[in-house]
Design a protein around this ligand. Structure first.
Ligand SMILES: *Cc1c(COP(=O)(O)O)cnc(C)c1O
Length: 494
């Protein structure tokens, strides 16, 4: 049966490949499957499969207009030796939980799980819809997404990628990761401005109709690698299914046994993927949503009121510093009974007043979810505690999740076996992690800390870090915000 995708804000309906090409619906809504598909295969069969085979079994249920050959080709190109382990997403048992390590890809954060396949899904979608133009990805980044998108699109034929980052507004390791990016189709530009200006600049370029025509004449069109693209969400469902099958294979659980999942959450993409996995039939009991001090989601789950009118707090888990969780819209639409008018009303209230309240009936539909948060001090403490008792070192985002899981267990005494999504390697946030373990480390330089972490944690320094240690800078363009468009044109020779 063909799975079609419809907007959360109107009845605009498209195929999977069209939804991937468009990214966002033209009414500003997000594309969701009209009906969520079921897993068409038993867990018993899945447990004998490789990550790539599980990926096919799951993704084919969502991307029904892709042929078997097309989809398998995308999967094989994405989940290859770019990952430093054949398992792709290994499970590590520690401190009474199973950490699902989603950071073994080329930029050592979980965004690689989806951004390594998105370019292939996108060019396949373009071919299927007779798009002859090359795709130009434009992204503004505050650090992590830019690098993961660059790594995903580097040297992918018929694509080019331009990333704008705020010069001086990203961490030294993040900047070094981006400006050393290889691939002739990549272009990294620092702007003299902040992230918001970078993002507004990119949106203005996207909205420029004259430029669109010039681009089209030259054989190009823009697209986005943003996390609201359904082509980023679907690949994330895979690792929950894979993890469950692995637990069964290892004899950690019995067939049909329910598990909980804890996800450190920002834009709500990762945890929504776990919710979709549950809807496919995977035996998941609770979806535990972990926030940092920007606890807008905790407040939402406890009160039914989503209120972004508050201070934005900079934390040591920056990828979760977010006040508008875009993908929550997909859940709100669902708990409103797939009602696009109701959802639109709430989203309009959010953009106009910064707040909306869901109805009691909608709130009752949230029973699968539990929300809580971890303060900066609690996160540091749990990182140290897990290291001291087990020797396992987790990053700050995973630390937030580990702490929220402790709060959940204290409150509920629930002993259900639990997976914690581990979203970044501790090597990506070395300074915060090492400071949590012992403040004496703050005196060390960035790469000294890397070596020390490797030593005390007994883990090899990931390639992603080794690569940038002595890598040549390949991108040194810096521009004013007002020059962003002309810089893009120059890169494309138009
Ligand atoms: C992006 C990110 C998150 C948040 O994931 P969402 O899907 O946006 O909720 C958490 N941790 C890390 C390390 C990330 O990069």
């Amino acid at each position: 049966m063909e799975v079609m995708y419809k907007s959360t804000r109107s009845d605009q309906t498209v195929t999977a490949s069209q939804a991937i090409l468009k990214g966002l619906a033209s009414d500003g809504g997000l594309f969701v499957p009209v009906t969520l598909p079921k897993l068409n295969i038993s867990i018993d069969e899945l447990k004998e499969m490789s990550y790539q085979e599980v990926a096919y079994a799951v993704m084919k249920e969502f991307l029904t207009d892709f042929t078997e050959e097309e989809l398998k080709n995308c999967i094989d190109k994405a989940y290859d030796s770019k990952f430093d382990t054949e398992e792709i997403a290994p499970l590590v048992k520690a401190d009474g939980a199973y950490f699902l390590e989603l950071f073994h890809g080329s930029t050592i954060a979980f965004k690689d799980m989806a951004l390594s396949i998105l370019p292939h899904l996108l060019i396949t979608s373009a071919k299927k819809n007779n798009v002859k133009n090359d795709i130009v990805i434009l992204t503004a980044t505050s650090g992590d997404t830019g690098k993961a998108a660059l790594a995903g699109f580097a040297d992918v034929e018929h694509t080019k990628i331009v990333v704008f980052y705020p010069k001086g507004g990203v961490s030294p390791i993040q900047e070094k990761q981006m400006v050393t990016q290889k691939g002739d189709n990549t272009f990294v530009v620092g702007i003299n401005g902040n992230f918001d200006q970078a993002q507004s600049g990119v949106k203005a370029i996207f909205g420029n109709k004259d430029l669109e025509k010039v681009m089209n004449d030259a054989g190009y069109q823009f697209s986005s690698a943003n996390s609201i693209n359904i082509g980023r969400l679907v690949p994330q469902v895979v690792y929950y299914v894979y993890a469950y099958a692995q637990l069964l294979k290892e004899g950690e659980i019995t067939e049909g046994e329910k598990i909980n999942v804890v996800v450190p959450t920002g834009n709500f993409g990762n945890i929504l993927a776990a919710f979709y996995a549950k809807n496919m039939g995977l035996p998941i009991e609770k979806l535990i949503c972990a926030s940092n001090d920007n606890k807008v989601l905790y407040d939402f789950f406890t009160t039914g009121s989503y209120d972004k009118n508050r201070d934005f707090i900079l934390t040591t888990s920056p990828s979760m510093d977010i006040l508008i969780s875009s993908n929550l819209e997909r859940l709100v639409y669902k708990i409103a009974g797939n009602d696009d008018k109701k959802n639109k009303e709430l989203m309009t209230a959010l953009s106009e007043d910064g707040i909306y309240n869901i109805t009691d009936e909608m709130k009752a539909e949230l029973k699968d979810f539990y929300g809580n948060y971890s303060t900066e001090a609690e996160t540091a403490k749990v990182i140290k505690n897990i290291y001291d008792t087990t020797g396992y070192i987790i990053d700050t985002h995973t630390g937030v999740a580990a702490q929220v899981y402790k709060k959940y267990k204290n409150e509920t005494n629930d002993e259900t076996k639990t997976i914690i999504a581990s979203t970044a390697s501790p090597f990506k946030f070395t300074r915060s992690v090492m400071n949590a373990i012992d403040p004496k480390y703050d005196a060390m330089g960035d790469f000294e800390l890397v070596d020390e972490l490797s030593k005390i944690g007994n883990v090899k320094v990931p390639n992603a870090i080794e690569e940038i240690r002595n890598a040549d800078v390949r991108h040194d363009t810096v521009c004013e915000v007002s020059e962003m468009e002309s810089i893009v044109k120059k890169f494309l020779n138009i």
